[in-house]
Ligand binder design. Structure first.
Ligand code: MN
Length: 273
């Protein structure tokens, strides 16, 4: 009983600590260079201030960043960099949980919201991209990184592209990645927005390079996959598209930190490798 009381007290003091920090007091985060996940741009101008636009809130983790949408109850997009040092011995933590940074008056999605929905808990930033430490892996299981994906998308071409990406990053390149949803298939029975498609943009640079290394020879992989069943055996390459098409579907501006000419060139070319 004493243990229970101590636990309750520490829980209460933790709650009190959390409530002292007003979300609106958060300022624009400063990133170390290798963790500047938005080096190529902030595609929707997401802000860390929860009250600027609750449907475009920048949530910052050491593992990735997302633009969270409180109306949709999922992220608009996630961004991260994948490099050889992201791979380690940490196992899949599997600790799906509500994101504690959301304002207390917002609905924080729980893993149970997906139970019986017919949809997988689809990671935007994949668990297997973050195995350097258990803490970093655990960050990928925050529900703000999770989206309703059909089992055949999640376990089919979406996963195949993730696996291919890791095979590249284990060699001599880094990947700068954006991923998110577009369009609508309505909502799950618990009210979670279901995108009609999931897209991903991957910019391949040499290991450790900053964006000044991006040029007309830079490989840019853009895909948009339907959030449907019946595609489990499909090749991810069959879903290649242009960045420009994803911009038109989402209203986002990707690669906005590149010079306009280069941006235009890379955004209108389809990967063929
Ligand atoms: Mn653009």
């Amino acid at each position: 009983m004493l243990v229970g009381l101590v636990t309750a007290c520490s829980w209460l003091s933790q709650r009190f600590e959390e409530e002292k920090i007003s979300p609106s007091e958060q300022t624009t985060p400063k990133f170390p260079a290798e963790r500047n996940f938005l080096a190529l741009g902030n595609p929707s101008g997401a802000s860390t201030n929860f009250s600027t636009n609750p449907n475009n809130v920048l949530l910052v983790s050491d593992a990735y960043v997302v633009s969270y949408n409180n109306a949709k109850l999922i992220a608009n997009w996630a961004a991260w960099r994948l490099t050889a040092s992201d791979f380690g011995d940490a196992g899949r933590q599997n600790n799906f949980r509500p994101n504690p940074v959301l304002p207390s008056q917002w609905r924080a999605v729980t893993t149970r919201d997906y139970t019986g929905s017919g949809f997988d808990r689809g990671h935007l930033c994949p668990s297997a991209d973050r195995t350097a430490t258990p803490e970093l892996n655990s960050e990928t299981f925050l529900m703000t990184n999770i989206t309703p994906q059909t089992p055949e998308l999640n376990q089919g071409p979406w996963e195949k592209l993730e696996t291919y990406s890791r095979s590249l990053a284990r060699r001599d390149v880094d990947l700068i990645i954006y991923a998110g949803g577009a369009g609508s298939r309505g909502r799950t029975k618990n009210g979670i927005f279901i995108p009609a498609e999931f897209w991903k943009i991957i910019v391949v640079v040499s290991a450790g390079a900053d964006i000044s290394a991006v040029n007309r020879n830079t490989r840019v992989i853009a895909v948009s996959m339907p959030n449907l069943n019946g595609i489990k055996e499909s090749n991810w390459r069959d879903f290649r598209t242009t960045v420009r098409q994803i911009e038109q579907k989402t209203g986002n501006d990707f690669l906005s930190n590149l010079p306009p000419d280069l941006q235009n060139f890379l955004e209108t070319r389809i990967d063929t490798r």
